[in-house]
Design a protein around this ligand. Structure first.
Ligand SMILES: Nc1nc2c(ncn2[C@@H]2O[C@H](COP(=O)(O)OP(=O)(O)OP(=O)(O)O)[C@@H](O)[C@H]2O)c(=O)[nH]1
Ligand SMILES: [Mg+2]
Length: 408
């Protein structure tokens, strides 16, 4: 049984249904209440609560899922009033993440997010009990236990943060990062289930697992994309969703860094979704990109699943989203055009730079050859003087070696 109190948006309970399906829960009924704000004590208003109780009995439901993050108080009161367990959207998403995390880093990140979610609930419970206890100076029942639990949770959070820092600083990660530092970086970003991993596979011949379920990919995969005679690194990472739990955004900082630091973001949308859904998903992704500080990065909109789009909808898409590149990762339609657009996007920013590389920076020279192919070089007593055309994003990384024009 699912319940929602949407303040402005149209009903989008199909998404909660999808989340539950991914988590292995079948839905038997749903209920929406329209009100300005969810009820502070019980999420739903008293009348709706009675209705829900009757529906639970009629449909023989054993769980209620709310489409928002519930306050601990709302959750407790709902459970008391309904007599069945109540979970919220955040807990469901956290559960799915926990089930889909494979790497050590992914698992640690999810556990961190779960603990932070639980810690907030303990705090709520604690202040509630404190009030019951009669105010200042009185110790409420169970408070000592909760304090201990909170301390344990905090200790565990600190330990997780340390372990994460350690995992990330392992040699292999550092090497991968160094190797990657000199190639332009492109990140696939988009709503969960939009088709990002399938697109990565189509663009680079990778074999990232793909499935019709939400948050299938959590751990980033990076592959080389060859476009217009140059190499780029293309990364597929975790998908976004409306009301993405902030605990996940915090815990997945390093993973989301892949997106934040990209020189170009391919914003992948499911072109086969109805226009209203499509716009809502684009907005949700824009919001998360903003939240992680990636709003400035250049972006290309890519509408995928062209093979299942009706001709009229194609026309509508081209009117409503004239900048979008339409592709199908299944048939390959539009893929060459997309690769061309990516190359173009970088070549727009090509400019000639003059660099002076000291002789002990030989590796840099090799990098430049890979990046730019042709370059002019001249040996001087201070080092190799190089004239080369680089995309702006890459030129910035060579700034320490830049020579201002005219200097010797
Ligand atoms: N018809 C069609 N289906 C596609 C296309 N691309 C992806 N799909 C399907 O869409 C579903 C999701 O694809 P994924 O590539 O896993 O999507 P994702 O964005 O990586 O999803 P998460 O990792 O779960 O966030 C799968 O069932 C794919 O087979 C396409 O071009 N055409
Ligand atoms: Mg994926």
């Amino acid at each position: 049984m699912i319940a929602s109190v949407p303040p402005t948006e149209e009903d989008r309970l199909d998404e909660l249904r999808e989340l539950l399906r991914t988590a292995g829960v079948a839905t038997v009924g749903e209920m929406v209440q329209r009100r300005e704000h969810p009820h502070p004590n019980s999420y739903l208003g008293p009348g709706k609560l009675e209705e829900l109780k009757a529906a639970i009995a009629a449909d023989d439901a054993n769980l209620v899922a709310a489409d928002d993050e519930l306050s601990p108080r709302q959750e407790r009161n709902l459970e008391a009033a309904l007599g069945v367990p109540v979970i919220d959207r955040t807990a469901i998403i956290l559960d799915i993440f926990a089930a889909h995390a494979h790497t050590a880093e992914g698992k640690l990140q999810v556990e961190l997010a779960q603990l932070e979610y639980n810690l907030a609930r303990m705090r709520g419970l604690w202040s509630h009990l404190e009030r019951l206890g009669g105010g200042i100076g009185t110790r409420g029942p169970g408070e000592a236990q909760i304090e201990t639990d909170r301390r344990l949770a905090r200790d565990r959070i600190a330990a997780l943060r340390r372990r994460l820092a350690h995992v990330r600083s392992t040699r292999s990660v550092m090497r991968a990062e160094r190797e990657r530092a000199h190639l332009p970086q492109i990140a696939l970003a988009g709503y969960t289930n939009a088709g990002k991993s399938t697109l990565l596979n189509a663009l680079t011949g990778a074999s990232v697992p793909v499935r019709d379920r939400l948050f299938h990919t959590l751990d980033p995969t990076t592959r080389v994309l060859r476009a217009g005679g140059r190499d780029y690194l293309l990364t597929d990472t975790v998908g976004f969703i409306r009301k993405l739990p902030h605990q996940l955004v915090d815990a997945f900082g390093a993973t989301l860094e892949e997106t934040r630091l990209a020189d170009l973001i391919l914003h992948v949308v499911d072109g086969s979704a109805p226009e209203d859904d499509l716009c809502a998903m684009i907005r949700a992704v824009d919001d998360v990109l903003h939240e992680i500080g990636a709003e400035e990065a250049p972006r290309l909109l890519v509408a995928t699943k062209a093979d299942v789009i009706e001709p009229e909808r194609r026309l509508e898409l081209s009117h409503r989203h004239p900048d979008a590149t339409l592709v199908s990762a299944h048939t390959g339609e539009g893929i060459p055009a997309l690769i061309e657009r990516v190359a173009e996007e970088f070549s727009r920013t090509l400019s000639e730079v003059e660099l002076l590389l000291p002789y002990d920076e030989g590796a840099r020279l090799a990098e430049l050859h890979e990046l730019a192919g042709d370059l002019e070089r001249e040996d001087t007593p201070e080092g190799v003087r190089v004239t080369v055309r680089l995309p702006a994003a890459v030129a910035a990384r060579f700034a320490p070696f830049a020579l201002s024009r005219g200097s010797a």
